[in-house]
Every structure is written in C-alpha cells, then in structure tokens.
Design a protein around this ligand. Structure first.
Ligand code: 5GP
Length: 114
C-alpha cells in the first residue's frame, strides 16, 4: 500500500491538529477546511478506501462508524447536526488513499446536486 500523508500524520512524522484519539481511530482538523468545523477521522488499522469496508466484519465497520459519531459529539456538533462524507476512488474525488471520514459542521450546509 502507498505510504500516504495520513500514514505520516498517524506516525507523528507530519504535524496535525488532533481533536480525538483512541485505540481505534485518530481524528484531526482538515488543513483546508470547507466548513467552520472540518475534521478527518481515520482508522488506525489502515484501509485505503470506503469500498474496503466490504472486507471487514460488520462489527469492525460498525465500530468505526460509531467512533465517527463519538468524534462529532466531542466536537459539540450533536445538537445542531453535521455531515459525514466519504470520498471513494477517482470519481468520488478521493485525493488521499487512506480511508477517512470527513465530519463537516458549524453552519447550515447546503447540498448541491452537482
Ligand atoms: P479526500 O479528497 O481524499 O476525501 O480528502 C482529503 C482531505 O485531506 C482534503 O480535505 C485535504 O484538505 C486534507 N489534507 C490533505 N493533506 C493534508 C495534511 O497534510 N494535513 C491535513 N490536516 N489535512 C490534509
């Protein structure tokens, strides 16, 4: 697997603004935020993209999704709401080949039909 910028962030070789960490996930602020709150959540056990979830057990997938929900709560977004985005592959606009959930919030987000 490609050694991505997120591998380097997880190893502490590149600085990041950590907002949450436990044994399963690492969450940090996006360097180029598109909303007042824009956080990326990555699994410590690497997957390259969302479609790799098919190789995991339902429990493992559920654990990751649950952590994303917990991070959003820790960020204070639970009451007003937020958006979770997974960009998957080329057509999905994925730039970094390390699976990550975007948590977006802090304002009422619009939805473009592209
Ligand atoms: P993708 O397009 O792959 O779903 O999203 C990648 C995200 O990673 C982008 O929103 C981009 O701003 C963010 N990003 C890229 N390089 C870095 C970095 O070095 N540090 C941080 N914190 N975010 C990054």
């Amino acid at each position: 697997m490609e050694d991505t910028i997120f591998d380097k962030i997880l190893r502490g070789e590149i600085p990041s603004e950590k907002v949450y960490e436990d044994e399963v996930v690492y969450a940090f602020k996006d360097i180029n935020p598109v909303a007042p709150v824009h956080v990326l959540v990555i699994p410590k056990s690497k997957l390259e993209k969302f479609s790799d979830f098919e190789d995991l057990s339902s429990l493992e997938v559920g654990n990751f999704i649950k952590k994303v929900s917990i991070v959003a709560k820790e960020l204070g977004l639970k009451e007003d709401g937020y958006r979770v985005v997974f960009n998957n592959g080329r057509d999905g606009g994925q730039e970094v080949n390390y699976l990550h959930a975007h948590i977006l919030g802090g304002k009422k987000l619009s939805f473009s039909r592209l």
